[in-house]
Design a protein around this ligand. Sequence first.
Ligand code: PHE
Length: 345
Amino acid sequence: MREKVDQLRQTALESLKQLHQPQDLENWRVRLLGKKGELTELLRGMGALPAEERPRVGQLVNELRAQLENAFAEKQKALQNELRRIKLQAETLDVTLPGRAAPVGGRHPLTLVQEDLCDIFQSMGFDVVDGPEIETDHYNFEALNVPADHPARDMQDTFYLTDTLLLRTQTSAAQIRTMESRKPPIRIVCPGRVFRADEVDATHSPVFHQMEGLVVDKGITMCDLKGVLEQFAREIYGPETKVRFRPSFFPFTEPSVEVDVSCSACGGKGCRVCKGSGWIEILGAGMVHPRVLAGCGIDPEVYSGFAFGIGLDRLATTRYKISDIRLLFEDDVRFLAQFEGGKQV
Ligand code: PHE
């Protein structure tokens, strides 16, 4: 019997050493120390012993049980420590690693152009104002000296919502709203979307962007208009930029001009961007028509003013060498990611 006890001790302790998983350890405990375990089995075998030997053997078995229980507890502790060590090692943080940057979107090329323009005009003392995209016929046409049957209405194909409501075809509506709500001296720019029923192609879109400018004060002349626009063109396209004024017609300005800048891509020699002419048309402008001033309650005998409307899409496409205006409206991230701050995602 003593041999049996010794043998069991040896195999039990030996097998305990080999264990590395908590589940195996538990199985070991059940197999040896459990209710139907090998120790219990051993005790049962005592029934066959002579009565005088039983207490001694009982003591041996109890000692073995105590020993195995201790070994089990120790092993359990060691295993727990080992597992914790492995877990901690796996969770080690290298606080010196650089952080993972969250992807940030870039600003749209039109936004970049618009912000630059606002900066330039604000530095010249202009306020930035906003106007509604749904306009009345009055603000978009009538008050700008374009009565209902005037042929100038054909210059712009209009989306009408009702007989009197429309999607603004020009930011010029902001001129009227401003002159109605402010007294001279007035210096404002108004950027925004405008709408015309144009066929879509590489240079036309039914939605595009303008920035209106308006200055009204005593003694404002065409020279002021030229000075402001030349300054703006040089800031946008560089100090070498030349500016050309061509006579034109708008119902709400008199005289009216269209303004070209020398092509920044070829320096005026002629290239694909400027279609060989060396010039790029970027805006319409003129001296505010006396009738428009008077209609807003501003005395044209006392005050004069100039206005301009810059096409922002053309500015963006020439500045960033974008060959097709439709790219500005398609929201393709591969396109948008190429601009400042943009990151391909
Ligand atoms: N509103 C005109 C257009 O859309 C541009 C313009 C604005 C012309 C202001 C003169 C003065 O074509």
